[in-house]
Design a protein around this ligand. Structure first.
Ligand SMILES: *Cc1c(COP(=O)(O)O)cnc(C)c1O
Length: 408
């Protein structure tokens, strides 16, 4: 008997669940792209994007997914032959590094494995040793979506500042923007990349590169910048179309307009972060309960280094695909597949890993529904697991309202 009915539940780390209001805002005819309301919507969206990133810098928008923003960020910051220090904590940092390599950039990879964050002390040591300032940029990911580690961007920014090294600090926040605290200016981040389909709750199709003054000035030394990816006309356009290097992503702007209002005007960014942290706490509590007496375990042990947007979970080889299939076919729930970690078993990563996405437009019943369904799947399939996961998950929700009560 399958219970595949009702509303489909998508618990993957992007694209995330989209609010009906965002989708409705996108459901309209094409607007005038030369004058009128679209100009105002665009100005508002750009301003709100900077507010979400906590920066007084500028932002360039690309009609592209996150990979497009990766490439755009590299074209504007590094010339072929120059060196970038990449702090890798999983597949996404390495993906950005690989793209840099293919653009002729010398990549120095500092690999922190797939179960721990980048170590600020090691980064500081490396920068102090680079007396000639050969390193032109330091690249890292706030949340690596494969390993679900959360890097301490504030601490990295602090040590980079303390060394006095002039390299640009570049951070990928594609999986974390509007999911967890990120303070571009206060944390000393010069360049940040993000996409619209994760914390920003809009269908995939636009991505962003934020840059402060220092990064924009550093761009001037580059002999060649891709005319399409050049951020300068997009940040400071003479003509409206230059913002987008062509036709505006009209419907994405409509969607972003509503999504950014929901985040900034209605819920408030700090609350959005708090909600993600609280709902992530439910996931962590459930996973920790499952792991107590079984081979199920979270990829990141230390709570302080777990992402608030996605959780990567290990199972016995073979259990993860069974569980994902059961959830999909019996219960209308899609879980995230495992992406490559350094796994000694030699099996494909999906065999012993799955991920729960908990980013974006998410409420307690949505995340509890996902966790309870996974719990039911483990029981139905006879997969060994510790008990009490749902009790633990709901207990993690009792913090709701306490901040408000304390403030009264
Ligand atoms: C999703 C993601 C990407 C890639 O974005 P696409 O839109 O799939 O190209 C890059 N980095 C991180 C951290 C991500 O989560």
């Amino acid at each position: 008997m399958s219970l595949k009915a009702g509303r489909h539940t998508l618990s993957i780390p992007g694209p995330s669940v989209m609010p009906e209001r965002v989708l409705r805002a996108m459901h309209q005819g094409a607007p005038n792209i030369y004058e009128g309301a679209l100009m105002e919507t665009t100005a508002k969206v750009f301003s709100q994007l900077k507010t979400v990133a906590r920066t007084d810098g500028d932002v360039a928008m690309y009609i592209a997914n996150g990979h497009g923003a990766w490439e755009a960020s590299l074209w504007n910051t590094l010339a072929p032959g120059e060196t970038a220090l990449v702090l890798a904590t999983g597949r996404f940092g390495k993906g950005w590094a690989e793209m840099a390599r293919r653009l002729g950039i010398q990549v120095e990879l500092m690999d922190f494995g797939t179960a721990a964050p980048a170590d600020p002390a090691r980064v500081a040591e490396r920068l102090r040793a680079d007396k000639a300032h050969k390193i032109k940029a330091i690249m890292t990911v706030q949340t690596d979506t494969a390993s679900s580690v959360r890097n301490d961007v504030a601490a990295l920014g602090r040590v980079i500042g303390e060394t006095g090294h002039p390299a640009l600090f570049m951070v990928d926040c594609i999986a974390s923007l509007a999911c967890e605290r990120f303070e571009m200016d206060a944390w000393g981040v010069d360049v940040m990349v993000a996409g619209c389909q994760k914390g920003l709750m809009v269908p995939p199709g636009t991505s962003f590169v934020f840059a402060n003054d220092r990064a924009q000035k550093a761009q001037a030394r580059l002999e060649r910048v891709s005319p399409y990816f050049d951020w300068a006309p997009r940040m400071n356009p003479q003509m409206f179309y230059q913002r987008f290097g062509g036709t505006a992503p009209t419907h994405h702007l409509f969607g972003l307009d509503v999504a950014l209002d929901m985040i900034l005007e209605e819920e408030g960014l700090e609350n959005v972060w708090r909600r993600h942290e609280t709902l992530a706490g439910c996931v962590w509590a459930a996973v920790d309960a499952w792991s107590a007496t079984s081979e199920i375990h979270p990829n990141i042990n230390d709570l302080a280094h777990r992402s608030c947007a996605v959780t990567t979970i290990h199972t016995r080889p073979g259990d993860a695909p069974l569980l994902r299939r059961w959830c999909e076919e019996e219960a209308n729930l899609t879980l995230g597949i495992g992406l490559g970690l350094d796994d000694a078993s030699g099996l494909p990563p999906g065999e012993s890993l799955f991920r729960i996405g908990h980013m974006g437009h998410l409420s307690p019943p949505m995340i509890l529904g996902t966790l309870a369904t996974v719990d039911a799947g483990l029981k139905s399939l006879g997969i060994a697991h510790g008990h009490g996961a749902m009790e633990a998950a709901t207990a993690a929700l009792t913090v709701i309202g306490t901040a408000a009560k304390a403030a009264e």
